[in-house]
Design a binder for this molecule. Structure first.
Ligand code: GTP
Ligand code: MG
Length: 195
């Protein structure tokens, strides 16, 4: 999709605040600092529209970005940031459980993992949770610019194995720096959300 118009419609924490237009939604989930906001910026050809930061755990709300009056990207706050209190963690869990288990407009979730490291237990839990709710999943291995081309096949098979990807899951290696994988990610989004 050629993107010109994007608008942060709302930062929501509960269903009453979700947008009421019934555009299809694509959520982005992954541990904090994995590159969710950077992926959104790359997809919409902006430098820093979805706020990126080197400070993890910044985003604490579900941020709905309206893209071309056609779909929403939903930036989900990252998990696994050590300095977040138990109470905050429980609040996060309730918020995402509510969203993923009830949202009719949700067409699929992009589950980001840092390609430089083996997926963590939390990454595995996230994809199991998405499978449990039968939500279509695209796994995106981020920061691939940091990995030499000769090692990328190995990274791919490691993610597939560790995340227990099944035949319906897709995997794309991605870089917000050199835009590797941008087209593949858009192809998947268009297949899931635009018919
Ligand atoms: P939270 O909102 O805190 O959960 O983080 P996030 O997942 O939105 O991550 P964000 O996009 O803010 O990126 C975190 C850091 O990683 C920033 O310093 C980015 O510049 C960097 N980063 C993101 N994507 C890439 C990438 O593809 N390559 C490289 N080299 N750095 C990246
Ligand atoms: Mg973010």
């Amino acid at each position: 999709m050629e993107v010109h118009n994007v608008e942060l419609t709302i930062s929501a924490v509960k269903p009453e605040q979700y947008p009421d237009k019934d555009f299809p939604e694509i959520a982005l989930a992954g541990r904090s600092n994995v590159g969710k906001s950077s992926l959104i910026n790359t997809l919409i050809n902006r430098k820093n529209y979805a706020r990126t930061s080197s400070q993890p755990g910044k985003t604490q709300t579900l941020n709905f970005y309206n893209v071309e009056e056609q779909l929403y990207f939903v930036d989900v706050p990252g998990y696994g940031y050590a300095k977040v209190s138990q109470k905050e963690r429980e609040k996060w869990a309730r918020m995402i459980e509510t969203y993923f288990s009830t949202r009719q407009e949700l067409r699929g979730t992009i589950n980001l993992v840092d390609a430089r490291h083996e997926p963590s237990e939390l990454d595995v839990q996230m994809i199991e949770f998405l499978h449990y709710y039968n939500i279509p999943v695209l796994v995106v291995g981020t920061k691939i610019d940091k990995i030499p081309k000769s090692k990328r096949n190995k990274v791919e098979s490691q993610i597939k194995k560790k995340m227990h990807l099944n035949k319906n899951d897709h995997l794309v290696l991605f870089s917000a720096v050199d835009k590797t994988g941008k087209k593949e990610v858009w192809d998947w989004i268009e297949k899931m959300a635009i018919k």
